[in-house]
Design a protein around this ligand. Structure first.
Ligand SMILES: C[S@@+](CC[C@H](N)C(=O)[O-])C[C@H]1O[C@@H](n2cnc3c(N)ncnc32)[C@H](O)[C@@H]1O
Length: 440
């Protein structure tokens, strides 16, 4: 393999520097836009080249020293070497570039607002799903990207400190009591999932196991003494799907759920229900979604992909009626309880596929949709059939957002896009898109 000198033109969706050589795109991890770098080519195909950064010849003024000592190894936070203000600018650019590439529209004509960031862009994650391994003792951490090499962590700077403490204590207990991490045909525990309420500080622990036979009571009996732990579950992951949770969730100790509070609303959280990972920015996200919906108190709103009912409940005081649709049974159960607990009477929840269920609803004024990373797919076509006056698309993936906008733009204009930073130090970006039905 050979060395090259390149100028980094922009940042890619995974936080890598992008340059061009011989009409091929070159990906260089840890290189920043406008830097001149010396790289070593490590992989070359007909379409792209991968290169290792060897030397920075001209450094970006926005480069900074990562706070985390595991930054180079871990890969969980791929933007810690970029000053936070510039992270926000680049996230806005990532949205624009995805739209340029996939939407068939000219995004420079839309109003794309500045990314809303956090005043403290650290210790924001309320949940961690940590793989565990026996590495001369039980350890938790993050897999180095695209490998099965576990980078051992003790103090992850983007998650709540209490979650770091809790994980450190659980792995020590596993060692003390002889509960081994799962490895090939031996051991038991694959992941430890910990979620903490930002409001009550309660922690819920779920041990993700490889099998059902081993009695975990001795471990549970010790974990329940860890500060703030109020709820302990196990689930079984047989490795048949990429999901961490399986379908054998079992409570071993304490409360069924923990309760978080966002603004004035309370949400009960079961271990496997989706909940925004950044409680502080979730408030900003939902306020932006509500603003974009421009509700008048008289309208019928459908919240597609409603999870535990957060957005439905959030917009309920400005709507006549809200219907939430979600395909996870447990989440719908929680959504109904959450509406009841928050004394919200004008929302109803339906369990099912968003596209199928939307088909059965008529006279919709506004749709709010917050799909998973894979985007809307069929739902976009159903929205075109239903023709609500306004559409609010809450996206966690600019590429699928742009592809869906391409479909939706047959009948909808983009009014504006508001990027929001839910995951500081990483290249993930969330966006709220306000869309209106075109005049016929
Ligand atoms: C990004 S989350 C949004 C949840 C919620 N809006 C929130 O902020 O907490 C996406 C949700 O869509 C659900 N989901 C995934 N595919 C679905 C489908 N085809 N139909 C309905 N819901 C689906 C997931 O279970 C998840 O709760």
């Amino acid at each position: 393999m050979y060395m090259l000198e390149l100028e980094i033109k922009k940042m890619g969706i995974n936080g890598e520097g992008i340059a061009y050589y011989n009409r091929k795109i070159v990906f260089v991890d840890n290189a920043l836009p406008k830097e001149k770098v010396k790289v070593e080519i490590v992989e070359e195909t007909d379409r792209f080249v991968k290169a290792d950064l060897k030397e920075i010849i001209v450094k970006s003024p926005f480069r900074c020293i990562p706070k985390c000592e595991k930054f180079d190894e871990c890969g969980g936070c791929n933007l810690q070497h970029l000053k936070y203000e510039e992270q926000l600018n680049i996230k806005r650019e990532l949205v624009i570039e995805a739209l340029e590439k996939y939407s068939g529209l000219n995004p420079r004509k839309f109003e794309i607002k500045k990314t809303i960031g956090m005043s403290n862009p650290y210790n924001y994650r309320n949940k961690v799903s940590a793989p565990v391994k026996d590495l001369n003792g039980c350890a938790w951490g993050m897999y180095k990207p695209n490998t099965n090499h576990l980078v051992i962590l003790h103090d992850c700077l983007v998650q709540y400190n209490d979650l770091n403490d809790c994980l450190n204590k659980i792995v020590k207990l596993m060692d003390k009591l002889g509960f081994k991490p799962k490895s090939k045909n031996e051991g038991l525990i694959k992941y430890i999932v910990c979620r903490q309420s930002n409001y009550t500080k309660e922690i819920q622990v779920t041990l993700i196991l490889g099998e059902t036979k081993t009695d975990v009571t001795p471990l549970v009996d010790e974990i329940k003494n860890i500060n703030n732990v109020v709820s302990i579950y196990t689930d079984i992951n047989k490795g048949e799907s990429p999901d961490i949770f399986g379908d054998k969730l079992k409570k071993h100790f304490g409360k069924d759920f923990i309760t978080d509070k966002l603004d004035k609303y309370y949400f009960n959280l079961l271990p496997n229900a989706f909940f925004q990972l950044n409680s502080m920015q979730a408030v900003t996200l939902y306020n932006e979604a509500k603003k974009a919906a421009k509700l008048s108190l008289k309208e019928k709103v459908v919240d597609c992909y409603c999870g535990v009912g957060t957005i439905s409940i959030w917009v309920s005081n400005l709507a006549k009626e809200v219907i939430g649709i979600e395909n996870n049974k447990e989440a719908i159960k929680s959504a109904k309880e959450n509406a009841l607990n928050n004394k919200v009477k004008n929302v109803n929840f339906i369990c099912g596929d968003a596209a199928n269920e939307l088909d059965k609803i008529d006279n919709i004024d506004c749709i709010i949709a917050d799909p998973p990373r894979s985007g809307m797919r069929d739902l976009a076509y159903k929205i075109l059939d239903k023709e609500p006056k306004r559409l609010v698309y809450v996206s966690c993936n600019p590429s699928t957002l742009a592809k869906d906008i391409k479909i939706l733009s047959k009948k909808y204009d983009v009014k504006y896009i508001q990027p929001i930073d839910m995951f500081p130090q990483t290249s993930n970006v969330e966006a709220v898109v306000s869309m209106v039905l075109k005049n016929k």
